[in-house]
Design a protein around this ligand. Sequence first.
Ligand SMILES: [Zn+2]
Length: 244
Amino acid sequence: MKALQIISSISFILLTLLKFNVFMINVDNNIVHYLFNASVMLMIFSVIFPLVSYAKLKNANVEEERVLNQILKKIDPTSTTRIFVSTKTLKNNAAALYRKNNMVIVVGEKLLHTLDEKQLTFLIAHEYFHIKKNHLMKNVFSFIFVLSGVPIALLITTPIIGAAVPIVPLLIFAVVIYISFFILHFVFSRRREFQADQFARSFVEPTDARETLTKLKENKLVDEKSFSLLATHPSIEKRISNVN
Ligand SMILES: [Zn+2]
């Protein structure tokens, strides 16, 4: 994370200078524009997000929880991830947040009282898998790639293809490519949720996994997105059939 903060800060400064013509290089202005956007997004993720995350943790009045930490030790004895319980805000949620450049798991007080030990195991294993596999960073990079990398690739390739192909099919081709990558981003993001559920399921019985997800739904502890194509999380029903 430290390295990423340094890289994103340097590239942000360089691209700001380039964008506002403080100095010039022989690169298309549109490409500079998309590179600048990418550096802004990277800055937000590596510098602003950990700060907001830290403020959120302070605000949530978190306390380290012994029982939950013991559950995590059973899932992975080598884990150094810490678990906190939030008593003020984030009461209904479980999430992986940044605490000084390290990711921690935060479990809402209400969840802690709603779920039994097996169900908490499922919940913690799910969040732990996201941390272990760097899912947040993967999601952010894939999002930045779609919003900046794909347009840059199209800016470079369309003039070359354009010499042989008329403008209308070329535009349709560019739009289709762009939308496909956008949808792919969300498909991969939802797949990571299924993988986290699969990992979590290996520590409990399938019924525990089902019951946890059902309880989350019944108590409205997770938000359900209506438009599934662009949702980062799959619906609870799909997650329940995935753990069966
Ligand atoms: Zn998740």
